[in-house]
Design a protein around this ligand. Structure first.
Ligand SMILES: Cc1cc2nc3c(=O)[nH]c(=O)nc-3n(C[C@H](O)[C@H](O)[C@H](O)COP(=O)(O)OP(=O)(O)OC[C@H]3O[C@@H](n4cnc5c(N)ncnc54)[C@H](O)[C@@H]3O)c2cc1C
Length: 427
């Protein structure tokens, strides 16, 4: 049943991902302001509904341009209180760290918790119930169509108009174009020049045993290449639809599920564009569209054995002989990575994979699968007018869609910081 909405709220939050939730809890627990949390999906809560790995060590998820270690650590304490993480243990990783150091690679030691795709809805449900008990109104399946460029009002898809004193926009990455339109309407300056392009690796857990000791190893290679979002135990790869292309991504289920003994993780290279192309989103889209053309409308995959020999992977031979496990993403098309990926990105990622194979021998087993593309477009970085992510009086933009975070905990912390700005103003 849809919530009957009032016509005015002190604070309206758009988007119930971790950034929106962080803001909602902060304002509800620290003021008497009336709060409305709007979410266009039927179920809350953005990216929390995925694998839900939570990283609790700076700088993972906290872009340096917006965060200092001390502040991030302070806010992470508040994030912990709400997400109540059960920390993973980390053991015997010194041998990997030492090997890595010798070849100029850094392994970060990160505090992590993992919920699992099958369990995250329970967590989200309980967060929403707690918000309601704090008198936050939650409007699910309610989409904000546009913001007024004259008054502090927004229009919902159903035509309803709502007024606010403070507006916190937390629409996430997928809705970057909507956010861009709103910033244009409100005359808010922004830029967008970073994109992460890379591959997702899938292999047997035996070929990447570090995951038995460190759930999501954060490994930094030269040339801005890094590991990202490792899944193991009961892990699988998915294809996500973006506007005009697909990107791969990884999931794993909670520990209660039977293991499939596979592991997957991304190897991403950060690209910062300068003139004449300055849009990371546009660049990512162009590359994604090219893969769509080459794969007949999907994503591609290639076995390391084929890649090394410079031959394309083929459907007929994909699971033969040494290639001894089935890909978990059935819709990926066996193909040729080198035909689809810009040379500089491929070179840097392949070099990093070879370094990884030196640190953790086995990852470049011929059967290992490389999926492409994994594209992370980050943000339309708004021009903030203060330290609380305010873009103009009463308007705040936060989370992955605004480049203030790159993950669940950073997004939640961004919500807290924006509300700190509102509370500081005293109304
Ligand atoms: C498959 C996948 C797995 C991931 N796994 C992890 C992980 O394990 N650990 C981690 O730290 N990060 C992970 N991430 C990244 C993480 O999800 C994001 O960093 C985080 O969710 C960003 O939070 P956010 O609140 O900024 O945006 P989001 O979580 O994207 O939330 C934005 C919300 O706003 C809503 N919205 C958008 N526009 C409107 C509108 N006009 N009206 C109303 N509602 C609107 C959207 O529906 C969405 O629910 C993963 C991402 C994906 C896609």
């Amino acid at each position: 049943m849809k919530t009957t909405l009032k016509s005015h709220y002190d604070v309206i939050i758009v988007g119930s991902g971790p950034a929106g939730l962080g803001a909602a809890f902060k304002v509800a627990e620290n003021s008497n302001l009336s709060v409305l949390l709007i979410e266009k999906k039927k179920i809350s809560s953005g990216g929390l509904r995925n694998d839900c790995k939570q990283n609790y060590t700076f700088p993972v998820g906290f872009p340096y341009e917006h965060w200092k270690k001390e502040e991030a650590e302070e806010l992470l304490k508040e994030v912990r209180v709400h997400l109540n993480p059960k920390m993973e243990t980390r053991q015997n990783i010194d041998k990997y760290i030492n090997r890595a150091q010798k070849i100029g690679v850094e392994i970060l030691s990160i505090d992590q918790a993992h919920v699992g795709t099958d369990k995250s809805s329970e967590l989200i449900g309980s967060l929403i119930e707690r918000l309601k008990s704090l008198h936050v109104e939650v409007a699910l399946h309610t989409e904000v169509k546009e913001l007024s460029n004259k008054t502090k009002e927004l229009t919902l898809e159903d035509g309803n108009i709502l007024c606010f004193k403070h507006l916190i926009l937390a629409p996430g990455r997928a809705d970057y174009d909507w956010l861009q339109e709103q910033m244009d309407r409100l005359d808010i300056a922004y830029s967008d020049n970073i994109v992460d392009i890379g591959v997702r690796i899938e292999t047997r857990e035996a070929n990447y045993p570090i995951v038995r000791e460190y759930y999501d190893p954060k490994i930094l290679f030269p040339n801005k290449v890094r590991t990202f979002c490792t899944n193991s135990g009961c892990a699988h790869i998915v294809r996500e639809k973006y506007k005009g292309y697909y990107s791969v991504n990884g999931h794993s289920l909670s520990r209660e599920n039977a293991r499939n003994d596979l592991v997957n993780f991304a190897m991403l290279k950060t690209i910062r564009l300068t003139e004449p192309v300055v849009s990371g989103q546009q660049f990512g889209k162009i590359l994604g569209e090219m893969v769509m053309q080459l794969s007949g409308g999907s994503v591609i995959m290639q076995r390391v054995g084929d890649f090394r020999m410079g031959i394309r992977s083929k459907k007929e031979t994909f699971n033969s002989d040494l290639y001894d496990f089935e890909p978990t993403l059935k819709s990926a098309i066996a193909g040729d990575l080198s035909l689809s990926m810009p040379a500089k990105i491929l070179r840097d990622i392949w070099k990093s994979l070879k370094m990884l194979d030196t640190i953790i021998p086995g990852i470049l087993h011929p059967s290992t699968i490389i999926y492409y593309p994994e594209i992370k477009t980050y943000s339309n970085k708004p021009h903030f007018v203060d330290d609380f992510f305010m873009v103009k009086d009463g308007y705040y933009i936060i989370g992955d869609g605004a480049g203030t975070s790159r993950g669940i905990t950073g997004a939640w912390a961004s919500g807290i910081r924006a509300v700190n700005g509102i509370l500081k103003k005293g109304s």
